[in-house]
Design a protein around this ligand. Structure first.
Ligand code: GDP
Length: 679
């Protein structure tokens, strides 16, 4: 058998997922009926489950587009709200609750919304049908509604009542049909009664003669006729019904069947029972869907042509899906990391660590050698300490200078080089990853960017402690003894000279800068004052400060400091040239020896950092990325990622639209071909 409705419902759901054009809609059965007409009971008895929200105030504020799918593989009814990504729901009280909440999301002041709720119910007992439960008939009737709201509700309903939809107009038998608001609305939309099915509910409440008259309504004859039903829940089983929905409906149908059997003679020549209604709906829908096939084929072909043209012009037919975009992004990122690994290897690691240790060496030497101890009462003994000027002439075995160098060296080797170096390199890698990310398409993807950064941090954190420990262990011997050979000494002398020259340059330029801002004369006045008054130390400023402000005096002190530092540096540079050629003179050449220690620390640390941290990072990070981005993201997350970029979003959506139209068109053509064969 050609199961046309089923296939059309599939096509319909494809077209629905494309959204947009109203022309893409296939016919549905639109259910209307005033309050208490029995509309919910009819819908629920078709489905075989109680699922519609109940309430005295209007609880249907949005159209419910209900798709019924016959699925013989299922044991019972399941519901889904595709827009909410809720699937396989078997608890219909829960379905009722979701529907209630979705309706209540529209404030009472707005009365209704045209945004439909999509609900799919699959069951072995339902026919393939597509129904719309329309809101509003109560409101249109209610006298106290503002006119604008009434017209809003009417507009919404009228749109649904248009062709090619079929109208299911529900009226209760215990109310005169002339007063049926459902029939009145149907007549307006379908004056010739060509696409309306009348349903008369509550037939058990009227005598057979009245019932018969209603079912053969002459005042508004319908081509598809009237169907009489009894959909009231059997009173004695109301408790039972709450416990098991499907069984309660079986009881209702039994009641209905028994009733019509008993009054068989009165209903000859009419159509009665829920079963007959279901059959009729299927037949009618199938027929009207078949009528829609050709016009739908034209509309879908046109839309497809337009989408294909746009796709070619705007995106040059380049195939792109969210998954592809994600894979491409990961590949680009891996490539960027590979390039980074070629740019940032052992030499760069070494340069980075060395320059950090150079700074530490300069700080330590400044602290231990170049700084003049301040003349305060507290350290009077330091007055007798030899100054750096005395170092040149000190005897070679002078213990004071030996101790000084030993302490300075220990400060360097016990600095915590392991942690310092590991932190330094980790930070450098993270900074580089940041730069790298900003240079790729990932710029516009904060979510993935953070995931990548987290992955980098987690790889580095895993290695941090063990790397720091390894490095610290390997430099341990230098804490006790440092052997020096002539070649190393010569290299360090050269390097120390460069460093000192640079330091001297910086001191001189800082001094000149001060001179420029204060003016040469002024600076001279201040420094002369400071030197004469011996006001260099602390905050003890002489009462008569010649009108110099504290700020000026501070700058004056700074200038004197820079001048003295420059003098010392120049002296040390000269000494390094003349008297530091041999490693035997190491106690007199602390700058050279400390440089040599820094070099040894760097060399050793780099060996381990390179293997333990850097190479490991380059190996592990791309795999971690693959794991984090490629495999553990859900399709929704991948889609969200791809569509974060507006251009990519447009590209993917157009491609999806094109593919879906293509699919819908081929399905329509299949159905048309099949139909031709059967006819
Ligand atoms: P709605 O407001 O149009 O959705 O109407 P309902 O389906 O909620 O029904 C209104 C009332 O009529 C409820 O109390 C139902 O139990 C009752 N009812 C519905 N169908 C029948 C029927 O066929 N016979 C009888 N006697 N009562 C019915």
């Amino acid at each position: 058998m050609l199961n046309l409705t089923r296939q059309m419902i599939e096509i319909r759901s494809i077209l629905l997922s494309i959204g947009g054009s109203n022309a893409l809609r296939l016919p549905s059965i639109v259910v209307i009926g005033s309050q208490s007409s029995g509309k919910s009971s009819v819908l629920e008895s078709i489905v075989g489950q109680e699922f519609l929200p109940k309430g005295s105030n209007m609880v249907t504020r949005r159209p419910i587009e209900l798709t019924l799918v016959n699925d013989s593989t299922l044991a019972a009814e399941t519901a889904e709200f595709p827009a909410l990504k809720m699937y396989n729901m078997t608890d219909f009280q829960q379905v009722q609750k979701v529907l209630y909440e979705l309706n209540m999301s529209i404030p009472e002041t707005e009365a209704v919304s045209s945004d439909p709720i999509q609900l799919v119910i699959k069951s072995p007992r339902v026919p393939d049908l597509s129904l719309v439960d329309l809101p509003g008939y109560i409101q249109v009737e209610a006298a106290d509604q503002p006119v604008t709201l009434k017209s809003k509700i009417r507009e919404l309903c009228d749109r649904y009542l248009e062709e090619p939809n079929i109208i299911l107009a529900i009226s209760a038998a215990d109310v005169d049909l002339a007063n049926s608001s459902a029939l009145r609305a149907a007549k307006k939309a379908d004056p010739k009664g060509e696409r309306t099915i009348g349903v008369i509910t509550k037939l058990d409440l009227v005598d057979s003669e009245t019932a018969r008259k209603m079912l053969t309504n002459k005042k508004y004859p319908l081509k598809m006729g009237y169907v009489g039903v009894i959909t009231r829940p059997p009173p004695s089983t109301s408790l039972f019904r709450r416990q098991s929905g499907a069984q309660a409906f079986v009881a209702q149908q039994n009641f209905e069947r028994a009733y019509f059997k008993e009054h068989k003679d009165s209903f000859v020549g009419t159509t009665v029972s829920t079963k007959a209604l279901k059959k009729k709906l299927m037949k009618v829908l199938e027929r009207s869907m078949a009528n829609c096939l050709k016009p739908m084929h034209v509309v879908v072909s046109n839309e497809l042509e337009e989408a294909s043209y746009k796709y070619k012009v705007e995106f040059n037919d380049r195939d792109l899906t969210s998954e592809k975009y994600m894979a491409q992004t990961i590949d680009n990122l891996k490539l960027a990391i590979k390039e980074f690994s070629e740019r940032f290897g052992r030499p760069e690691l070494r340069a980075l660590l060395r320059s950090e240790l150079d700074q530490k060496v300069l700080d330590l030497i400044a602290l231990r050698y170049w700084n003049k101890p301040p003349m305060t009462n507290k350290n009077k003994e330091s007055e007798n300490e030899p100054s750096l000027d005395d170092l040149a002439t000190a005897p070679p075995n002078d213990t004071f200078w030996h101790r000084k160098l030993d302490i300075a060296t220990a400060s360097l080797t016990k600095l915590g080089v392991g942690r310092l170096a590991t932190t330094l390199i980790s930070d450098a890698i993270l900074t580089e990853i940041d730069v790298l990310l900003d240079n790729t398409d990932l710029r516009s993807h904060p979510m993935i960017k953070n995931a990548i950064k987290d992955a980098a941090v987690s790889v580095l954190t895993t290695r941090y402690n063990s790397t720091a420990e390894q490095v610290e262990n390997c430099i341990k011997p230098y804490k006790y003894e440092i052997e020096v050979d002539d070649r190393e000494w010569a290299l360090s002398r050269q390097h120390a000279t460069v460093l000192l020259k640079e330091e001297l340059k910086q001191c001189t330029s800082a001094y000149n800068e001060l001179k420029k801002t204060l003016g040469g004369n002024k600076l001279k006045q201040i420094t002369t004052y400071l030197e004469n008054e011996n006001n260099l130390v602390g905050q003890t400023i002489a009462k008569d400060n010649l009108g110099f402000s504290p700020g000026l005096l501070l700058r004056g002190r700074e200038a004197l400091f820079l001048k003295e530092r420059s003098r010392l540096l120049a002296m040390r540079l000269k000494f390094l040239q003349s008297s530091c050629k041999s490693k035997d003179n190491k106690y007199k050449c602390p700058e050279v020896f400390m440089d040599l220690v820094a070099e040894k620390l760097t060399q050793t640390a780099v060996l381990f950092l390179n293997v333990e941290l850097l190479s490991d990072f380059y190996y592990t990070f791309p795999r971690e990325l693959e794991k984090k981005l490629g495999k553990s993201l859900t399709p929704e997350q991948i889609e969200q990622f791809a569509k974060e970029d507006p251009k990519v979003k447009k590209h993917i959506e157009l491609q999806e639209r094109k593919e879906l139209l293509d699919l819908a068109l081929s399905k329509i053509e299949d159905v048309m071909a099949l139909q031709k064969r059967i006819v």
